[in-house]
Ligand binder design. Sequence first.
Ligand code: SAM
Length: 440
Amino acid sequence: RYKKKMAFQNNPRTNTQHALNHFDMYYSNYYKELWPSIRISLLSQQKYCALVNHCDESTTFKTESILSDLGAEDFIQRAVDISTDLKTEHSQSIETGSLLTEKDKLIGSDDSDKDNTQPSHRSDSIVFSSNNEPIDEKNTSLYDFMPTNKVYTQREFLHQELARQNTFEDTDYPVNVITEDIPRIPDTLKAYCYKRGNIDLFPEPTISRGNSKLGYYMMDAASLLPVIALDVQENDNVLDMCSAPGGKMLAMLQYQHSGTLLCNDSSKSRLQRLTRTLHSYGNQTMIDKVTVHQDDGVTLNEPSFEKVLVDVPCTNDRHSALEDDNNMFKPGRMKERLQIPALQKHLLLSGIMSCIPGGSVVYSTCSLSPGQNDGVIQATLEHIWKETNIDISVVDLSYMQKLFKDTFSFYPSCRFGQLVLPNLRANFGPMFICKLKRIK
Ligand code: SAM
């Protein structure tokens, strides 16, 4: 006999507790000895950076001196200095032939490369409902890339979810990894943060006399990495597929390129926040280059953009660990949460379709879930391989670890992308980024 009532009372009640239980069960298994440090960082005060607004050159200097006086440093321009050194190394390596070049490096074509200790998430099929009623598979796109023929109980299902959210099966298909030049970072992209270990906060930016716009925008510093990886060039037309509330849009506007920027999102209220941000920070030139669309990203498929940013909805792990409101781990949102990887894959596929051959797509999440990160990249590459004539390569972003070694803590073992891990001394992220180049 056991005390049923006791067991029930010990169940987690709040959404954040549900999230933490989930993370403890699944992430501890995946991140192993790194997990306790990641966990405490997720629960501790997040660090922000102050992105300098270059809409008006005359006031930028003043903003920068305010930020320097606070003791913050421009970590982007520090990375630029490192990149100058790396570029020299890089071109020397190309001359001596010691770097991998396009199509040299293949992932998944060699069995010795596989970690056979990882459980496979594709070996079983799943149908589930939270009250143990089977979900109508026809109405859910969740597992559309998995065989589905069995009804699981909730307990069995949760075990499946563990496997699916926290690992992925190595691909049977060879994946090209290409090396590109380290991106050019314009000197108008500046962002200040405090040194490692310093958890001071920035004051709210205000509109001072002589300024019509806000001087800086506070955001997770790791959110700048997808923008830097995208490497916007002077005449690029850019699609920001899931753009609201607009932090990455604002960072892209600092490039001051002459192409266009289409900001799409499916949420009207979040797009209203994006528009407010655009008008609080942007000068007329910036405002004129932005078009705002409210569309379901999965419907976009016209190849018209040189660069596409797919910053997908995800389990938003830091928020889920800290805030009960709008929490993906609310029991009533389980079906929605379980559909996330499939939605992410569809959004990424649409991003690839919207990109012209020769263009690039950057995929990003703020989740630690391998199933939402490398797992989505792999499922998408497999889909492209099997179902389309499109040719895609993964772009090696490992230079990010060198450029930003003083600012971020990176997970060393991602398969396709780069992942910033929350760390007590550099409490940014999580942020996963992966870049794909559309060859044809
Ligand atoms: N890129 C934004 C920024 O830097 O401020 C953050 C994007 S947030 C991680 C994900 C966004 O995806 C949310 O604003 C959400 O409304 C949007 N979204 C969710 N489903 C979508 C869909 N099917 N199509 C387009 N946007 C979607």
